[in-house]
Design a protein around this ligand. Sequence first.
Ligand code: SAH
Ligand code: SF4
Length: 427
Amino acid sequence: MNFADTEVVMSLLQQEGYDITTEAEEADYILINTCAIREGAEQRIRRRLDMLRSERRRRPTLRIGILGCMAERLKDQLLTEEEVVSFVVGPDAYRQLPSIMKQVVSGSKAAATELSTEETYADIEPVRLNAGISAYISIMRGCQNFCTYCVVPYTRGRERSRDAQTIIGEARSLFEQGYREVTLLGQNVNSYHFEGAERTWTFADLMDSVAQISPLLRVRFATSHPKDLSDELLYVMRKHNNICKCIHLPVQSGSAHMLKQMNRKYTPEWYLDRIAAIRRILPECSITTDVIAGFCGETEEDHQETLRMFRTVRYDYAYMFKYSMRPNTYAARFLTDDVPDDIKTRRLEEIIALQGEIALENNRAEIGRTYEVLVEGVSHRSPKQLFGRNSQNKVVVFERRNFNPGQYIHVKITDCTSATLMGEPVE
Ligand code: SAH
Ligand code: SF4
């Protein structure tokens, strides 16, 4: 999401005549787009600022700005705490960036952190930072689910959906420029809802239209909230070959009590019913997840239920986190962060180890199967190999031959690790 936002910011600044450089020494402004989801993300930014202090001393005209969720969370406080920072701009205020950047030339400091109920940057055509095969399209902003651990509703504001026609237009233009894959992005894409002049759009409607742009354009999406994942969407996915068969369905915990404490608004039974629906309607679909170890009040039994959930669902991939208390969230105000850090770490390691075994077993079962792979580029293992992904979003590495990025080829899987499939192209 930050990557997509950075592309919007680049576009806004290019319109004002600014050029992009990847060399910090050449830059008049350094903009850091930040995440606030866990404390670790913010610490990384603090360390980056420490490194920039000497650069700033050498060049007093250099201006450093903090964008994104950390700017939104800390606002002016960040300007006071970090002498080296000249301006902070939150996720809904990027249109003000050009004027703020002019304002700080004199040496003053500035902040723009109002949240909006309407801003979707629908009219901005993002500057693509990774020209090539695959691009992100932001389809909505904000979130109002208020999971008790989560800072997003406070840093990104109310949920709002972007005009469907602008999304379809952006996807079509990307396809015409040679892109072969788009990923539609939102915190809870299943609640996408747009009232157009002539009709109302659900997420399933939007997917149906984007998939019709071309059978050669792959369509992915993230993230689905289990409470809103509809059978209707699963049927639209089944209807279109080019909608990738991969669903990211963050579970967070396998324990009913923890899910309630987290305000996730579903039970383990509901979650497993959604998994069963995916397996029934899309038997070839891969399923991935997010999980949090050591949330407030988590007992050993709650943790065992998470491990059981992992054994039942057998995810193909998981993003696994230790609970990190975020100031001002419901959990920070009303619950106790009472699982000691060493126990959080141990539980997280148990989940990681189990998931590693499951992913390896799942991948071993792929050996002998043939998949259509979209070629993305040269493998980092060897210049003689290329990599791409199958519809299930698994990375496949294979011999280079005369294939090129952007091509679809068929690859028979011959070997694997827990993270990668290796295969032979078949003519
Ligand atoms: N909107 C998405 C998630 C966005 S945040 C969804 O609801 O599925 C990505 C992931 O970060 C979450 O799924 C959660 O697993 C993790 N996360 C969020 N807040 C966290 C916190 N305070 N500590 C640890 N992990 C957190
Ligand atoms: Fe955070 Fe929950 Fe919204 Fe996801 S759905 S962004 S976890 S509040």
